[in-house]
Design a protein. Structure first.
Length: 156
């Protein structure tokens, strides 16, 4: 399961090496900071963040399935934004989420108003500088340019 939150991007999987009584879930990330934030906000009972060199996801924590379910429920009830991408303050995370958004658009163009501006695996680019949370920001997708107000009105 991939989870993308304001705190980071996570891959949650069942541990194949868990012994009886050990935490059966492994929550992985590519950045230590993501798991540090997750532990602080939603998984205080998880293991400390460990780093395993030579793995796809080098950083991980271990927890029980119940702890993970409780964390997911708490994340859901803490949603207080109307625009997910615009709520992310970590610039590197925001940029990664924009790339994911673009890849999903490329894969399923008919499910979005942007489908007619199919981007051919290129991400929307900022024009006029800044990021979506900065005043006056605009997004260029395909041959169309959208202001932040237009994106907000469309639910982006």
């Amino acid at each position: 399961m991939w989870i993308m939150t304001q705190d980071g991007i996570f891959s949650a999987v069942q541990r194949k090496d868990a012994r009886p009584g050990e935490p059966e879930m492994q929550i992985r990330a590519r950045r230590r900071v993501d798991l540090t934030r997750l532990r602080k906000s939603y998984l205080p009972g998880a293991s400390k963040v460990i780093q395993l060199e030579g793995h796809d996801y080098q950083f991980r924590v271990y927890c029980t399935a119940e702890q993970w379910a409780d964390a997911l429920a708490a994340m859901a009830t803490d949603i207080d934004y109307t625009n997910f991408k615009g709520s992310v303050r970590d610039r590197a995370l925001h940029d990664a989420l924009m790339k994911v958004w673009g890849a999903v658009l490329d894969s399923f163009p008919n499910g979005s108003i942007y489908g007619r501006y199919r981007r051919s695996r290129t991400q929307p680019r900022s024009i006029g500088g800044g990021h979506p949370w900065e005043k006056g920001h605009r997004i260029h997708a395909g041959h169309q340019t959208f202001s932040q107000q237009e994106l907000d009105e469309m639910g982006f």
